[in-house]
Design a protein around this ligand. Sequence first.
Ligand SMILES: [Zn+2]
Length: 337
Amino acid sequence: MRAAVLHGVGKIVLEERPRPEPGPREVLVQVASVGTCGSDVHYYEHGRIGDFVVESPLVLGHEPSGTVVAVGSDVTRHKPGQRVSLEPGVPDFTCAQCRAGRYNLCPRMRFFGTPPIDGAFCEYVTLHEEFAHPVPDSLSDDAAALIEPLSVGVWACRKARVEPGTRVLVTGAGPVGLLCMQAALAFGATDVMITDVNAARLRLASELGASETLDVRENSLSDAGFEPDVLLECSGQPAAIGEAIRAVGRAGRVVLVGMGGDEIPLPLAHVQTRELEVTGTFRYANTWPQAIALAASERVRLDALVTGHHGLDDVEHALRAGSRHPEVVKAVVRPME
Ligand SMILES: [Zn+2]
């Protein structure tokens, strides 16, 4: 099979590799669509994210969908022909975090496209059957792939306890911000403001249901007079985070979703006197069925985020597209095309 392999900073090579064989509880999936993510771009441009360092050739891509084409000897959930959205991290199932139900925090997680585990910018992958989630035919291949970033939004909304009537501020209108926004609306949030510096993304946010958009190059958040119950921080911009936290109302919840900057200035007096909760999120746990249901019922629109398709020989373009063209939201790689 063909695979697009990262061989060092800024260098991806199309290689021929043996097609993987499914283990006893694994399915073999022919990959249909793979979303590109900011973390793929970061590995491509810098060769590392924090403690995760690319030390040997690596296949990126962790937002895949596809079709089951073969199953291992002990597989019971799937038959060949089943279309699936792949949850791209398999934990060890036995550690204290897994046993507590927090498998996203498993220290032995094997996650696609994260060193040293290969991802899905290739024609076939294998995965534990429980992490290949069936999707209805009404869901496109691209939408089935974008269940992964939608899961980030669903998890953030659960952490923030978004419920009917919650007022939500989303900072950053990239793919994750737009999906946090849509998830919040689907959870019943009534006033959802989203901020960015990119007019095209803010227009898309409006089309997707934002109550209000704010271009923070033109207007400051503090002048907007919006006091949310929940802040879903998706910009990863340290300078902007403090101002956003200052907007949050009493007993509000702040969920830090965006990555960027190891340290941020925290308006501590505001956090203390208003009893704000500030928490991080790391990926997700048990989100796929809910995310698939939200997409299938069109409470959340995923295809609207897709701005371009690329073949396996064009992965570098897919990864560079976002920084070169401000209108790009989500570039999708389609390995079989
Ligand atoms: Zn574990």
